[in-house]
Design a protein around this ligand. Sequence first.
Ligand code: PLP
Length: 424
Amino acid sequence: MQRDTAIFDLIEKERARQTHGIELIASENFVSEQVMQAMGSVMTNKYAEGLPGKRYYGGCEVVDLSEQLAIDRAKELFGVEWVNVQPHSGAQANAAVMLAVLQPGDKILGFDLSHGGHLTHGSPVNFSGKLYQPSFYGVEQETGLIDFDKVVETARREKPKLIICGASAYSRDWDYKKLRAAADEVGALLLADISHPSGLIARGLLNNPFDHCHIVTTTTHKTLRGPRGGMIMMGKDFENPFGLKTPKGEVRMMSSVLDGAVFPGTQGGPLEHVIAAKAVAYFEALSDDYLTYVKQVQLNAQAMAKAFVEKGYNIISGGTDNHMMLIDLRSKGLTGKLAENTLVKADITINKNMVPFDDKSPFVTSGMRVGTAAITTRGLKEGDMSRIVELIDTVLVNNDSESKITEVRKDINNWMQDYPLFAY
Ligand code: PLP
């Protein structure tokens, strides 16, 4: 077969882009060589509808072992009783949970997208807002913090069947206990979507959702540093409170309802190459090296937040507990769009982001979101954060000066040579 040089040339260009620049997109990371190898392996050739030991295809003996390893390692990593490692993505994991526990038209309560929530938590442009009836809670304008007592009040008023906590752009920790009490009071289930901070949660650096939340979903590619994908977990399995009984009149356990909601409910064949790579990522996340890594992610985020504040930037909530922060650029007279488009010219990647009570459209926005998961994998330490902030500030202040931006880009490209990225 003739080599597809068009695509492989582009892959080389993308490798160069990732290598030369500073990656600050809070949802991104760099996987290890062995995670990459597992993803690009012969496991991609295998169909394996079903679960380990219960498949609809022959020849699954090997992938059964690999998927079981992924499950066992995830259970150990998060200290949970039940896991499904098959969701193709975070959105798929949330779709499966909602299919499992809700009927169309049921009420859900989630964190407002424009305050830092995710599309799959009830946005009108997403299945979750189209199929179900969403209501939302947000942050307080003065503090940038979620007032959990107010969330409880909203739950009492709205009486949702599912309360969703977790965010794409919230830099503080969650009061899962209070939310569970609210869920119990109104007869709702509590779902935590820990996609962003799951690596920090796994290693005990943030509050543990499993003690309080009925169901937990995560992506596997953010702070967890695995392949792109999703996962559903339960600290403890329980009887499905809303579901139909089995033909024998027994109540089904939630684990079996959730398994069925992933396949055949929302997906076909699992991506066994990605599941193998998830297993590798969990193996790595159980190591001492990874604990050192997530601690450094947090230290770097705190050092970066401090450096931004010292330069007069307005960080929503004033700081961070996790790996990210959301910056309101209005006090600097900038938009998120301008910041994103200008910084990329200097090989710094961030994303524009709505800030709470934003007066601009999602295509422009007043904010930018930055995170430290990727640069920490690269080897940068808290002492490097003020230099990064200095470079960002220089570019933003001189956003109309091509020569200044070029100067910063050269500086960054030289600096990043000290942090080689890919051995593969
Ligand atoms: N949930 C949250 C909180 C997220 O931040 C994201 C992704 O950014 C998702 C779900 C969706 O994950 P994916 O892009 O893998 O579908």
